[in-house]
Write a protein of this length. Structure first.
Length: 243
């Protein structure tokens, strides 16, 4: 049964171990190990570092226009415990984890167990075959999460998306013009429009200038056909939002 479990894991991760002892240890939770040092905790520690390095390198090389803050948010979303747990569950790695009786009796296993076995397997792959098989496995299985996080981060910063597009297509940069402001000093609203090479796009209102600029950038992206509206409510309005 033990060899069958290891063979199943190798099929899932598409990698054959030279030292199956590493894989066996990666699949043993502390509750089922004779000592904590014999569990998958040390491999989890190593795998977490390998995971972070691989994703950081991939994000860094994917787009040289991403700033440190944007790259950090993308990386955090991809390597989070919940993300690793979802991938482990999807692949079936969680079901291969050896657990002690006290843990298996629990009604709902914590997601941390699934994340831990995923990272431990990565650590085992790294020790057995080096960085390349671990990298190949991670980029294959995390590709969708990486793409979603990157797109999501880009779309949150509409000014960045517009600037990249305008620089690429017209070799210029967008300008943001303050058209109007309304309301009392403690609750002002601002109307801003993006302007590119003399062309003014639909204006947008925001509770503060930077918010209005982001909405104006989105309005420009929508008019250019680069992005569709993410919800049924228009982002460019003729009147300010209620304070």
């Amino acid at each position: 049964m033990k060899d069958d479990r290891l063979e199943r894991c190798e099929q899932i991760i598409q990698y054959s171990f030279s030292n199956r002892g590493l894989l066996e240890q990666a699949l043993i939770h502390a509750s089922a190990a004779p000592t904590r040092l014999a569990s998958n905790e040390r491999l989890e520690f190593l795998g977490d570092a390998v995971l972070g390095m691989v994703i950081c390198e991939e994000v860094y090389g994917s787009d040289d226009r991403l700033g440190e803050g944007e790259m950090t948010k993308i990386k955090s979303a991809v390597v989070s415990r919940s993300s690793c747990a979802k991938v482990a569950d999807r692949l079936g790695l969680t079901g291969l984890l050896s657990l002690g009786k006290g843990v298996t009796a629990a009604a709902n296993l914590p997601s941390s167990l699934a994340a831990a076995v995923f990272e431990a397997v990565v650590g085992a792959m790294y020790l057995d075959g080096g960085l390349e098989p671990a990298r190949e496995f991670l980029l294959r299985e995390l590709a969708d999460l990486l793409e979603q996080a990157t797109v999501s981060q880009h779309h949150r910063n509409y000014k960045s998306v517009l600037q990249q597009y305008v620089q690429r297509e017209w070799n210029t940069t967008p300008q943001y013009e303050l058209l109007d402001e309304k309301g009392p000093e403690h609750a002002k609203c601002f109307e801003v429009a993006a302007r590119v090479d003399g062309r003014q796009f639909p204006s947008a209102w925001g509770s503060y200038k930077k918010q209005a600029e982001q909405k104006a950038a989105l309005a420009a992206l929508e008019e250019l056909g680069i992005l569709e509206q993410p919800d049924p409510e228009p982002h460019h309005q003729t009147q300010p939002d209620e304070p």
